[in-house]
Design a protein. Structure first.
Length: 369
């Protein structure tokens, strides 16, 4: 395929607000170990360039109760477990003195999306690709694209275009961007860092008292604060292309803080769960020494599509080969390069080109050199 169609406006079928770290929190995919190892190799190649917007940083997974270490953690660079007595370690995020904290930390690859996307666009164009911004709402319009193979990366709407027998769920996330300037550093260690922090349910929880977490990722265009995951088994589009998708799932029932919607020029507002924002603010203050009280804050929302497993397969639709590549949930960046290789293999098999994995990796690495 020689053209990539994308839309930089408010998301209608997928989240465009990836934080974006290489952490397989929800990587429901066949051969997960291979995908993670492949991803780590390619992100290291990107980091070593120095111009791709990829860095490493210390990431903390923190819980206010004893927690088994996730299966992926030991594969991560610089992995270490926090002391099991709840005292944590020097520089670990903690919402208040005396609160026990458990968990682990590691060095994660982080794609600073404004810089990373610009780099990828330049790389793609340099290899002869074309980027075209357009919109489509039905299969007929989509099939009019001038391409011998179509790769369906439609996110939440990927399954509606050609059908999908696998059950799905959708997650609506509300994020806050702190327009805070320079990259913050852990005032104890001096490192750029990020976290996922799981407080006691009495502090912040989802519907039914289910545990919730908040997270923090600093980027060049602002610090991203999150921790709202509202679920639904249904998501429908609006007939008006200027209206956001219709949400049918759970909603936040607690207190909110209304913030200007990101990019709206303060003309529209979005309700942000108050505990999510205030907990992040306190964690950041204690971690970096910076209080966001007087910092300009804006809010945004996005939608994630989570299948039982990532859909990564080729089928023929309307006489045209279509490769499905969606359902990554919160692991889209983590799985991006490994899934790209699998897509290349599927396309290669179809057109009779070499689909040898080592050959594909060598070609991609050559493009990154």
């Amino acid at each position: 395929m020689d053209a990539v169609r994308h839309d930089a406006s408010e998301p209608r079928f997928a989240s465009q607000y990836a934080a974006a770290s290489v952490i397989p929190h929800n990587a429901a995919i066949t051969d997960e170990s291979w995908h993670l190892q492949t991803s780590l190799r390619f992100f290291e190649a990107l980091r070593s360039r120095g111009d791709a917007g990829v860095r490493t940083q210390r990431h903390y997974e923190v819980f206010e109760w004893p927690q088994l270490v996730a299966s992926y953690a030991e594969a991560m660079l610089g992995y270490r477990v926090l002391p099991v007595n709840g005292e944590g370690e020097c520089g670990v995020p903690r919402r208040a003195d005396g609160v026990p904290v458990y968990g682990w930390s590691f060095q994660t690859y982080f794609a600073d999306m404004p810089r990373y996307c610009a780099f990828l666009s330049g790389l793609y164009r340099g290899l002869g690709g074309e980027l075209e911004k357009t919109g489509f709402c039905d299969v007929d319009t989509l099939m009019a694209i001038r391409a011998s193979v179509i790769v369906n990366c439609g996110g939440a709407w990927g399954r509606t275009l050609w059908g999908d027998a696998c059950s799905s769920r959708y997650v609506r996330g509300i994020l806050v961007r702190a327009h805070a300037g320079d990259m913050p550093r852990n005032r104890t260690t001096g490192e750029i860092c990020s976290y996922n922090y799981h407080p006691a349910p009495s502090v912040y929880c989802r519907s039914g008292g289910r545990p919730a977490d908040v997270y923090f990722y600093p980027r060049s265009d602002g610090w991203i604060l999150g921790g709202t995951r509202l679920e639904s088994t249904e998501l429908s589009d609006s007939e008006d292309s200027n209206v956001r998708p219709v949400w049918h799932g759970e909603t936040w029932q607690g207190p909110v803080i209304r913030l200007p919607r990101d990019g709206s020029g303060d003309s529209a507002e979005l309700a942000v769960p108050e505990p999510m924002l205030m907990l992040n603010r306190e964690l950041i203050r204690r971690l970096t020494g910076i209080d966001l009280k007087d910092t300009r804050l804006t809010a945004m929302e996005g939608f994630r599509h989570q299948r039982q497993t990532v859909r990564l397969e080729l089928e023929t639709q309307h006489g045209r080969p279509v490769v499905h590549n969606y359902g990554h949930g919160g692991a889209g960046i983590t799985l991006s390069w490994s899934c790209a290789i699998r897509v290349a293999e599927l396309v290669g098999d179809h057109v009779g080109a070499c689909a040898d994995l080592r050959h594909i990796e060598a070609k991609v690495r050559a493009g990154l050199a």
